[in-house]
Write a protein that binds this ligand. Structure first.
Ligand code: ADP
Ligand code: MG
Ligand code: MG
Length: 477
């Protein structure tokens, strides 16, 4: 990564040590007072919150590429919606994966079960996030597409104000205009309420499916409070999959009733990783929810459409035509795909292994997981590949490693001691989308906002909730 391009900073750095110390104190308090916070991983049983890690000054992002991603979102929403409703494509694409990946196999079993029984609720709600790295020649490439628990829309919507405040404190009020508006929170919540309205049961609640311990509590509560403040008649309840097992039933018309409350929309903020299913009970809950007449965000087929294997299959030559008709749109989507490769033997997996072993630093290996911390990078790849059986390989895909341009700023983390230094950073942009529809018809399709998270340039991953990343704002230029 030696010859990576370095972006200029939004304002001149370094800051005078006294100015830096003062502005950091203000920044921390601003974050704490505005809910830019998470629960501590080590001390989550207390009544306190920590500010979320942040980058002190916003990172430069080319306006043209930002706008490209924004303008592409409704096309990507439509693409994933169509993929999710193409049973044959999902079956073919995931056939090898579910032989070896128990988690994806369990999801798929639920899908096959509801298909065989007949799907009760044909409408589905997608709250999606497409993630990108920019490259040194200013050309964004998609990192992945999230169809479940796409997070940080809530906090990110507040975060523009954070950087506006910091820029103003540092005497750069004139630069605030370069921070784009961000209405992700209202966009995501409006779509949930739209789904609730479509069902039309005024007594029903929106059910948030949560983890046993919610570290990213503020982001989730922002969604809940946004709904309660703007649509006070729409109830929100929060339950784990275990709670749903213990207190949930299906009514006579397959309505989902949890703890005595009918839930017409289910918003999953958990259920995307094996650790959320402690036993068969949680899998039973997932199936019960899927069987219900509630609109799910996501439905099981949407969850499956968000797998890395599907992302890789979509990058194969000629596949996009199956889902999109407009040639110009197909070209625009193709432009954001980087090299994605199957490790299945029948799809040339052996050649891919040879290619990767020759230059492991150029690739990332990804299993069918979400939430960060699951990928294999660079020098760890050869050992992983050589110790895996051919079948086990099918659980992964390979992707070209993207090397984004570097920006420089101060990264502030809770509990860090001493004055921070300027560090090399890279940023991942996420664009949020919302979509509601059936296999035949899309009723609602919007781009609703963005997030930027930034990590040290040498870190492999930069999830904010997972630990290495920090919240940031794009500073357009
Ligand atoms: P998850 O669903 O777990 O978030 P991702 O595909 O987003 O999986 O990978 C997690 C992180 O790994 C990303 O946020 C990014 O920092 C890094 N990463 C993923 N793909 C690439 C890639 N092709 N090049 C460089 N870094 C990547
Ligand atoms: Mg993901
Ligand atoms: Mg990701």
């Amino acid at each position: 990564m030696d010859n990576q391009k370095i972006l200029p900073a939004a304002i001149d750095l370094p800051l005078n040590p006294k100015v830096l110390e003062e502005v950091i104190l203000k920044a921390k308090d601003w974050a704490l007072m505005h809910g830019v916070c998470m629960r501590s991983k080590t001390n989550f049983n207390t009544d306190s919150l920590q500010f979320a890690p942040f980058v002190l000054t916003p990172s430069l992002y080319p306006r043209k590429e930002f706008e490209k991603a924004v303008n592409l979102q409704t096309i990507l929403n439509e693409l994933i919606h169509k993929v999710a409703h193409d049973t044959e494509f999902l079956r073919d694409t995931l056939a090898g994966t579910i032989q070896v990946d128990e988690f994806t196999a369990n999801l798929f079993k639920i899908y096959e079960t509801v298909l065989a029984e007949g799907i009760t609720q044909i409408l589905t709600l997608g709250l999606l996030r497409s993630d990108y790295f920019n490259t040194t020649n200013n050309n964004i490439l998609q990192v992945e597409f999230n169809t479940i628990a796409s997070s940080f829309g809530g906090i990110s919507s507040k975060f523009r104000l954070f950087h506006s405040y910091i820029l103003n404190e540092l005497g750069h009020n004139d630069k605030i205009k370069n921070l784009p508006e961000n209405n992700a929170l209202s966009g995501l919540c409006d779509a949930m309420v739209e789904a609730w309205n479509i069902i039309g049961n005024t007594k029903a609640a929106i059910l948030f499916i949560i983890e046993d311990v919610t570290y990213n509590i503020c982001d989730q509560r922002f969604h809940e409070f946004q709904i309660r403040e703007n649509y006070p008649h729409v109830k929100v309840i929060r339950k784990t999959l275990t709670d749903v097992f213990n207190t949930g039933v299906l009514g006579s018309n397959k309505e989902l009733i949890v703890d005595g409350i009918v839930c017409s929309v289910v918003y999953f903020r958990a259920g995307y990783e094996p650790g959320h299913y402690h036993s068969q009970n949680e899998w039973s809950s997932r199936l019960m929810i899927e069987r219900s007449s509630a609109i799910k965000c996501p439905s099981i087929h949407y969850h499956l459409a968000g797998t890395k294997k599907v992302q890789q299959a979509l990058a194969k030559k000629g596949i996009l035509k199956r889902f999109l008709t407009d040639e110009e749109e197909i070209t625009r989507v193709k432009e954001i795909f980087t090299g994605l490769y199957s490790l299945d033997k029948e799809e040339g997996g052996d050649q891919v292994v040879d290619m990767v072993l020759k230059n492991p630093e150029g690739y990332v290996m990804k299993p069918q997981r979400e939430g960060g911390g699951n990928n294999i990078y660079g020098s760890d790849i050869p050992e992983a590949l050589t110790t895996m059986s051919e079948e086990e390989r099918s659980a992964y895909i390979v992707m070209d490693r993207i090397f984004p341009p570097i920006s420089r700023s101060y990264m502030i983390r809770p509990g860090a001691q001493g004055a921070p230094t300027i560090v090399d950073l890279v940023s991942e942009l996420g664009i949020f989308g919302a979509i509601i529809g059936t296999k035949e018809k899309i009723l609602y399709n919007r781009q609703v906002g963005h997030m930027l998270r930034t990590k040290g340039s040498s870190a492999n991953e930069g999830g904010v909730a997972a630990g290495m990343g920090a919240l940031d704002s794009p500073y357009l230029f």
